[in-house]
Design a protein around this ligand. Sequence first.
Ligand code: SF4
Length: 279
Amino acid sequence: MKAKDYRTTLEPVWCTGCGDFGVLKGLTQALSDLEVPVEKLAVISGIGCSSRLPGYVRSYAFNTVHGRALPIATGLKVSRPELTTVVVGGDGDGFSIGLGHIPHAVRRDVDLTYAVLDNGIYGLTKGQASPTTDPDLKRELGLAGAGERPLNPVLMLLGSGCGFVARTHAGNLPHLRAMFREAIRHPGFAFVHVLAACVTYQPGSYAEALWKRCSMLPDEYDPSSFDAAIETARAERFMLGVIYRRPTDRVPVTANPEPLESVGIWPPVGATSGSTYPG
Ligand code: SF4
Protein backbone atom coordinates (compact mmCIF):
# COMPACT_ATOMS: atom_id res chain seq x y z
CA MET A 1 0.00 0.00 0.00
CA LYS A 2 1.11 3.54 -0.70
CA ALA A 3 1.18 6.15 2.06
CA LYS A 4 -1.94 7.84 0.64
CA ASP A 5 -3.86 4.55 0.92
CA TYR A 6 -3.57 4.78 4.72
CA ARG A 7 -5.58 8.01 4.72
CA THR A 8 -9.30 8.10 5.42
CA THR A 9 -11.56 10.39 3.42
CA LEU A 10 -11.80 12.85 6.33
CA GLU A 11 -10.09 16.17 5.63
CA PRO A 12 -7.86 17.36 8.51
CA VAL A 13 -9.17 20.44 10.28
CA TRP A 14 -5.72 21.62 11.40
CA CYS A 15 -4.59 25.18 10.65
CA THR A 16 -2.66 25.60 7.42
CA GLY A 17 1.02 25.10 8.20
CA CYS A 18 0.46 23.08 11.40
CA GLY A 19 3.15 20.48 12.14
CA ASP A 20 0.46 17.83 12.59
CA PHE A 21 0.27 17.51 8.78
CA GLY A 22 3.92 16.44 8.73
CA VAL A 23 3.33 13.85 11.44
CA LEU A 24 0.37 12.41 9.53
CA LYS A 25 2.44 12.18 6.37
CA GLY A 26 5.56 10.78 8.05
CA LEU A 27 3.52 8.17 9.91
CA THR A 28 1.63 6.96 6.83
CA GLN A 29 4.89 6.80 4.87
CA ALA A 30 6.49 4.68 7.59
CA LEU A 31 3.44 2.39 7.72
CA SER A 32 3.70 1.97 3.96
CA ASP A 33 7.44 1.22 4.21
CA LEU A 34 6.73 -1.45 6.83
CA GLU A 35 3.73 -2.80 4.87
CA VAL A 36 1.47 -2.76 7.93
CA PRO A 37 -2.01 -3.98 6.88
CA VAL A 38 -4.76 -1.55 7.92
CA GLU A 39 -6.67 -4.39 9.61
CA LYS A 40 -3.61 -4.95 11.84
CA LEU A 41 -3.17 -1.31 12.78
CA ALA A 42 -4.48 0.71 15.74
CA VAL A 43 -3.92 4.45 16.25
CA ILE A 44 -4.89 5.77 19.66
CA SER A 45 -4.85 9.34 20.97
CA GLY A 46 -5.95 11.52 23.87
CA ILE A 47 -7.35 15.02 23.40
CA GLY A 48 -5.83 17.98 21.57
CA CYS A 49 -5.07 19.19 18.07
CA SER A 50 -2.65 16.35 17.29
CA SER A 51 -5.00 13.86 18.93
CA ARG A 52 -7.34 14.30 15.96
CA LEU A 53 -4.85 12.28 13.91
CA PRO A 54 -6.42 8.80 14.35
CA GLY A 55 -9.47 10.00 12.43
CA TYR A 56 -7.29 10.52 9.37
CA VAL A 57 -5.60 7.09 9.35
CA ARG A 58 -7.30 3.90 8.18
CA SER A 59 -6.98 1.77 11.28
CA TYR A 60 -8.75 0.79 14.48
CA ALA A 61 -8.74 4.44 15.54
CA PHE A 62 -9.73 5.76 18.94
CA ASN A 63 -9.66 9.44 19.94
CA THR A 64 -10.00 8.75 23.66
CA VAL A 65 -10.07 11.01 26.75
CA HIS A 66 -7.60 13.65 27.86
CA GLY A 67 -4.28 12.17 28.95
CA ARG A 68 -5.48 8.56 28.92
CA ALA A 69 -4.28 7.31 25.56
CA LEU A 70 -1.44 5.21 27.02
CA PRO A 71 -3.46 3.02 29.40
CA ILE A 72 -6.12 2.50 26.74
CA ALA A 73 -3.49 1.57 24.15
CA THR A 74 -1.77 -0.73 26.66
CA GLY A 75 -5.03 -2.57 27.30
CA LEU A 76 -5.63 -2.91 23.57
CA LYS A 77 -2.13 -4.19 22.84
CA VAL A 78 -2.11 -6.83 25.57
CA SER A 79 -5.49 -8.14 24.45
CA ARG A 80 -4.77 -7.87 20.71
CA PRO A 81 -0.98 -8.32 20.45
CA GLU A 82 -1.14 -8.78 16.67
CA LEU A 83 -2.07 -5.10 16.22
CA THR A 84 0.68 -2.60 15.45
CA THR A 85 -0.31 0.07 17.95
CA VAL A 86 0.69 3.71 17.61
CA VAL A 87 -0.19 6.33 20.21
CA VAL A 88 -0.15 10.03 19.31
CA GLY A 89 -0.79 13.18 21.26
CA GLY A 90 0.47 16.58 22.23
CA ASP A 91 2.66 17.93 25.02
CA GLY A 92 -0.31 19.14 27.07
CA ASP A 93 -2.12 15.81 26.82
CA GLY A 94 0.99 13.68 27.40
CA PHE A 95 3.17 15.71 29.76
CA SER A 96 0.55 17.36 31.94
CA ILE A 97 -2.66 15.45 32.66
CA GLY A 98 -1.27 12.25 31.15
CA LEU A 99 2.23 12.38 32.62
CA GLY A 100 1.62 9.80 35.34
CA HIS A 101 0.97 7.11 32.73
CA ILE A 102 4.34 7.43 30.99
CA PRO A 103 6.68 5.70 33.49
CA HIS A 104 4.18 2.88 33.92
CA ALA A 105 3.88 2.32 30.19
CA VAL A 106 7.68 2.33 30.03
CA ARG A 107 8.21 -0.16 32.87
CA ARG A 108 5.57 -2.49 31.43
CA ASP A 109 7.42 -2.22 28.12
CA VAL A 110 4.35 -3.12 26.10
CA ASP A 111 5.10 -2.89 22.38
CA LEU A 112 3.69 0.59 21.65
CA THR A 113 5.04 3.49 19.64
CA TYR A 114 4.28 6.75 21.47
CA ALA A 115 4.76 9.92 19.42
CA VAL A 116 4.33 13.25 21.18
CA LEU A 117 3.93 16.22 18.89
CA ASP A 118 5.55 18.80 21.12
CA ASN A 119 4.76 22.35 20.04
CA GLY A 120 5.14 23.72 23.55
CA ILE A 121 1.63 25.13 23.82
CA TYR A 122 -2.01 24.12 24.22
CA GLY A 123 -3.34 24.71 20.71
CA LEU A 124 -6.88 23.31 20.92
CA THR A 125 -7.78 25.43 23.96
CA LYS A 126 -6.26 28.54 22.41
CA GLY A 127 -2.73 29.06 23.58
CA GLN A 128 -2.14 28.38 27.28
CA ALA A 129 1.34 27.42 28.50
CA SER A 130 2.07 23.70 28.52
CA PRO A 131 4.76 21.83 30.51
CA THR A 132 7.24 22.38 27.65
CA THR A 133 6.56 26.06 26.87
CA ASP A 134 9.72 28.10 26.50
CA PRO A 135 10.05 30.66 29.38
CA ASP A 136 10.92 33.50 26.97
CA LEU A 137 7.76 32.78 25.01
CA LYS A 138 5.71 32.78 28.21
CA ARG A 139 7.10 36.22 29.08
CA GLU A 140 6.50 37.51 25.55
CA LEU A 141 2.91 36.27 25.43
CA GLY A 142 2.12 37.03 29.07
CA LEU A 143 1.40 33.40 29.91
CA ALA A 144 1.34 31.97 33.42
CA GLY A 145 4.43 30.30 34.89
CA ALA A 146 7.10 32.41 33.18
CA GLY A 147 9.56 31.59 35.97
CA GLU A 148 9.14 27.81 35.55
CA ARG A 149 11.60 25.82 33.52
CA PRO A 150 10.20 23.53 30.83
CA LEU A 151 10.15 19.76 31.16
CA ASN A 152 12.82 17.80 29.29
CA PRO A 153 10.79 14.92 27.75
CA VAL A 154 13.75 13.00 26.34
CA LEU A 155 15.60 13.06 29.66
CA MET A 156 12.43 12.02 31.48
CA LEU A 157 11.84 9.04 29.17
CA LEU A 158 15.46 7.94 29.47
CA GLY A 159 15.27 8.22 33.25
CA SER A 160 12.13 6.08 33.24
CA GLY A 161 14.05 3.29 31.52
CA CYS A 162 12.64 3.61 28.01
CA GLY A 163 14.40 1.24 25.58
CA PHE A 164 13.94 3.40 22.47
CA VAL A 165 14.02 7.20 22.41
CA ALA A 166 14.19 9.30 19.24
CA ARG A 167 13.72 12.96 18.41
CA THR A 168 12.69 14.46 15.10
CA HIS A 169 11.17 17.64 13.64
CA ALA A 170 7.75 17.86 11.99
CA GLY A 171 9.25 19.88 9.14
CA ASN A 172 11.78 17.22 8.13
CA LEU A 173 9.64 14.57 6.45
CA PRO A 174 12.33 12.04 5.44
CA HIS A 175 13.68 12.09 8.99
CA LEU A 176 10.21 11.86 10.54
CA ARG A 177 9.44 8.87 8.33
CA ALA A 178 12.70 7.14 9.30
CA MET A 179 12.16 7.74 13.03
CA PHE A 180 8.62 6.34 12.89
CA ARG A 181 9.90 3.31 11.00
CA GLU A 182 12.59 2.65 13.61
CA ALA A 183 10.21 3.18 16.52
CA ILE A 184 7.51 0.86 15.14
CA ARG A 185 10.14 -1.81 14.49
CA HIS A 186 11.40 -1.63 18.09
CA PRO A 187 10.03 -4.63 20.03
CA GLY A 188 8.86 -2.75 23.15
CA PHE A 189 7.77 0.71 24.25
CA ALA A 190 9.25 3.32 21.89
CA PHE A 191 9.09 7.09 22.29
CA VAL A 192 9.37 9.64 19.48
CA HIS A 193 9.69 13.30 20.47
CA VAL A 194 8.43 15.35 17.51
CA LEU A 195 9.33 19.04 17.64
CA ALA A 196 6.98 21.49 15.99
CA ALA A 197 5.56 24.97 16.31
CA CYS A 198 1.94 26.07 16.54
CA VAL A 199 1.48 28.53 13.69
CA THR A 200 -1.62 30.06 15.28
CA TYR A 201 -0.68 30.65 18.92
CA GLN A 202 3.06 31.25 18.62
CA PRO A 203 4.87 34.02 16.73
CA GLY A 204 6.61 33.00 13.50
CA SER A 205 9.95 33.71 15.16
CA TYR A 206 9.37 30.74 17.50
CA ALA A 207 9.28 28.26 14.62
CA GLU A 208 12.43 29.78 13.16
CA ALA A 209 14.28 29.71 16.50
CA LEU A 210 13.21 26.09 17.09
CA TRP A 211 14.44 25.01 13.67
CA LYS A 212 17.78 26.77 14.21
CA ARG A 213 18.22 25.03 17.56
CA CYS A 214 18.03 21.57 15.93
CA SER A 215 21.01 19.54 14.72
CA MET A 216 21.37 16.01 13.43
CA LEU A 217 23.21 13.50 15.58
CA PRO A 218 26.60 12.85 14.00
CA ASP A 219 27.15 9.61 12.02
CA GLU A 220 29.55 8.29 14.66
CA TYR A 221 26.97 8.70 17.45
CA ASP A 222 26.39 5.40 19.30
CA PRO A 223 22.69 5.04 20.31
CA SER A 224 23.49 1.99 22.46
CA SER A 225 25.37 4.20 24.94
CA PHE A 226 23.12 5.30 27.77
CA ASP A 227 25.69 7.86 28.97
CA ALA A 228 25.80 9.42 25.50
CA ALA A 229 22.01 9.51 25.44
CA ILE A 230 21.84 11.35 28.77
CA GLU A 231 24.45 13.85 27.60
CA THR A 232 22.49 14.37 24.36
CA ALA A 233 19.22 14.87 26.23
CA ARG A 234 20.82 17.54 28.43
CA ALA A 235 22.45 19.42 25.54
CA GLU A 236 21.39 22.97 24.77
CA ARG A 237 20.72 22.01 21.16
CA PHE A 238 17.90 19.67 20.12
CA MET A 239 19.74 16.72 18.61
CA LEU A 240 17.66 14.76 16.07
CA GLY A 241 17.91 11.02 15.52
CA VAL A 242 17.76 7.79 17.50
CA ILE A 243 19.11 9.01 20.83
CA TYR A 244 18.91 5.69 22.62
CA ARG A 245 18.25 2.11 21.57
CA ARG A 246 18.81 -0.37 24.38
CA PRO A 247 20.76 -3.43 23.26
CA THR A 248 18.67 -6.58 23.65
CA ASP A 249 21.06 -8.10 26.22
CA ARG A 250 20.88 -5.08 28.56
CA VAL A 251 18.33 -4.57 31.35
CA PRO A 252 16.61 -1.18 31.71
CA VAL A 253 18.69 1.34 33.63
CA THR A 254 16.00 1.60 36.29
CA ALA A 255 15.88 -2.15 36.91
CA ASN A 256 17.82 -4.07 39.51
CA PRO A 257 20.37 -6.04 37.49
CA GLU A 258 19.86 -9.06 39.78
CA PRO A 259 17.18 -11.53 38.68
CA LEU A 260 14.02 -11.11 40.76
CA GLU A 261 14.31 -14.57 42.30
CA SER A 262 17.75 -13.78 43.78
CA VAL A 263 16.71 -10.51 45.45
CA GLY A 264 13.60 -11.94 47.09
CA ILE A 265 9.98 -11.07 46.55
CA TRP A 266 7.59 -8.81 48.39
CA PRO A 267 5.39 -9.61 50.19
CA PRO A 268 7.24 -12.60 51.68
CA VAL A 269 5.71 -15.96 50.86
CA GLY A 270 3.11 -16.89 53.48
CA ALA A 271 2.67 -13.32 54.76
CA THR A 272 -0.89 -12.48 55.71
CA SER A 273 -2.34 -9.03 55.92
CA GLY A 274 -2.12 -7.51 59.37
CA SER A 275 0.50 -9.88 60.81
CA THR A 276 3.73 -9.48 58.84
CA TYR A 277 3.38 -6.07 57.28
CA PRO A 278 5.04 -3.19 59.13
CA GLY A 279 2.73 -0.47 60.44
FE1 SF4 B 1 -1.87 23.20 14.86
FE2 SF4 B 1 -1.80 25.25 16.60
FE3 SF4 B 1 -3.71 25.14 14.71
FE4 SF4 B 1 -3.74 23.42 16.74
S1 SF4 B 1 -3.99 25.65 16.90
S2 SF4 B 1 -4.11 22.93 14.56
S3 SF4 B 1 -1.53 23.07 17.07
S4 SF4 B 1 -1.48 25.34 14.37
